[in-house]
Design a protein around this ligand. Structure first.
Ligand SMILES: [Zn+2]
Length: 313
């Protein structure tokens, strides 16, 4: 049977503090100034360092550099990716700003690779909006040519500047191909059936099936349908909230050992107060949309004796 394939997307915002030095750097960008830091050896680093590479000391007062600079090295981006500074082909360049001794990485909107060269003089094209982030520089552009339209947008003096914190969107998009065992399991879920595989050597039943027995190292071929009921072997109560959380804390994530299985799997236990969940509690799968288990809920049966699940903890 053909393995299943589906696009998967993992996406989240990474929010963090910029710290004292980069907060000054980003705040200055919102004011259309670029700052660097002078090190113990007299060299000016732009962007500024947080700790001097020579003395390991934090920088003193930051110093303004640029805004024009010189391309030190570059590479052409023929097919820009989503989220990059420009939608049209551009150059990633190391740019040494006037007054600085180190180079910073940014995009150069040169139009074509023929217009790019080491030694090219460039100037920042400021973003029309000011946010207190590196995105306040929309990109750099050749200093000789006419200024692009966006460069004419002057700071409006009333921008929302949230320097001090930065949000980095993280996005990973890929095509996942399920293994034959996983495909078999997923097709079972679509029919509200829980399918595992039994090892022909030790007799253990694995769900989800991995296609091999980790104890014996042999392929597993025998398919087994398992009950929807099982036992909570161990659990934790989630008390911490986070953006995008679908269940309101406190709630329980548990290891559930399905009847007839030899390995527990993680799932939510809902349908009762979190404080009522306990080791040995009997639970049953509650099906959700499109062939998924929404969660497990208590069956009301007497608890399973500890000996019945002790070796699966
Ligand atoms: Zn085995």
């Amino acid at each position: 049977m053909t393995p299943l394939r589906a696009p998967l997307e993992i996406e989240f915002d990474y929010t963090r503090s910029l710290g004292p030095v980069l907060t000054q750097f980003m705040t200055a960008l919102a004011g259309r100034r670029i700052l660097g830091a002078r090190g113990a050896d007299g060299r000016v680093h732009a962007p500024p360092f947080e700790y001097d590479p020579v003395s390991a000391e934090p920088p003193g007062e930051l110093t303004e550099v640029g805004p024009e600079g010189t391309v030190v090295s570059w590479s052409w981006m023929p097919e820009p990716l989503a989220g990059q500074p420009l939608a049209e082909p551009f150059a990633w360049a190391l740019i040494r700003l006037d007054g600085a001794d180190t180079a910073m990485l940014h995009a150069v909107d040169a139009g074509s690779p023929a217009a790019m060269r080491t030694g090219l003089r460039v100037r920042p094209r400021w973003s029309a909006t000011r946010t207190g982030s590196i995105r306040d520089i929309a990109c750099f552009e050749p200093a000789e040519g006419p200024a692009a339209a966006a460069a004419a947008a002057e700071p409006d003096g009333a921008a929302e500047v949230n320097a001090g914190m930065t949000i980095t969107p993280v996005r990973l998009h890929y095509m996942h191909t399920a293994s034959p065992g996983e495909s078999f399991y997923l097709r079972g879920l679509a029919e509200h059936r829980l399918l595992g595989q039994r090892c022909g050597v030790c007799g253990r039943v694995y769900i989800p099936p991995r296609g091999t027995c980790p104890a014996d190292g042999v392929p597993t071929h025998e398919e087994v349908e398992l009950a929807e009921s099982g036992t909570v072997t161990t659990f934790c109560i989630v008390n911490v909230g986070y953006p995008g959380q679908r269940v309101t804390p406190p709630y329980v994530a548990a290891a559930v050992l399905l009847d007839g299985a030899d390995i527990a799997f993680q799932h939510l236990v809902l349908g009762c107060d979190a404080s009522e969940v306990r080791m040995g509690m009997r639970v049953r799968a509650v099906w959700g949309e499109s062939g998924t288990i929404s969660h497990f809920a208590p069956t009301g049966e007497p608890d399973a004796p500890y000996e019945s699940y002790a070796r699966y903890l």
